[in-house]
Design a protein around this ligand. Structure first.
Ligand SMILES: [Zn+2]
Length: 143
């Protein structure tokens, strides 16, 4: 068992826009080349200026817990033996205004706090449709 929520849990569906985030093994955030706006999830259009010149930048892989919840009730049968787990909203260093969702792993779930510094770790999986190797960002305490 290598994934925090279990190897049977749902994998992200890859699209051209989200493939860098889920496969790079680094935190890839989309920036607008015209106005500098950072956005997540990535899209075909800049949310700030509606420009279409977008590219991905590698962020440092650190962030801050902005919100978190300790989940006790398994909402999916595959999570029955995974509770309690922590899901968090993490603001990404190097990408102003960008928050991503993930689990906080490698710690006591009762220790996760808003304001906590975290760093990215990556869970390996294989997309069953394309055979693409996934490196799914998760977060662990950094302090
Ligand atoms: Zn823009």
């Amino acid at each position: 068992m290598s994934r925090y929520l279990g190897d049977d849990f749902i994998l992200p569906g890859l699209t051209p826009n989200n493939t860098p985030f889920f496969t790079a093994g680094s935190i890839q955030i989309q920036f607008c080349d015209d106005c500098g706006h950072a956005q997540h999830p990535p899209d075909d259009l800049c949310y700030a200026c509606q420009g279409r010149n977008l590219s991905f930048r590698t962020c440092p892989g650190t962030g801050r817990v902005e919100s978190c919840a300790r989940v006790h009730h398994p909402l999916h049968p595959a999570l029955r033996e995974r509770v309690p787990y922590v899901i968090a909203i993490v603001s990404v260093d190097g990408a102003p205004g960008v928050n991503v969702q993930g689990n906080v792993v490698h710690c006591d779930t009762s220790s996760v706090r808003i304001g906590q510094k975290v760093r990215a770790v990556y869970e390996e999986a294989v997309d069953p449709h394309s055979g693409t190797k996934l490196l799914i960002p998760q977060w662990e305490p950094a302090d």
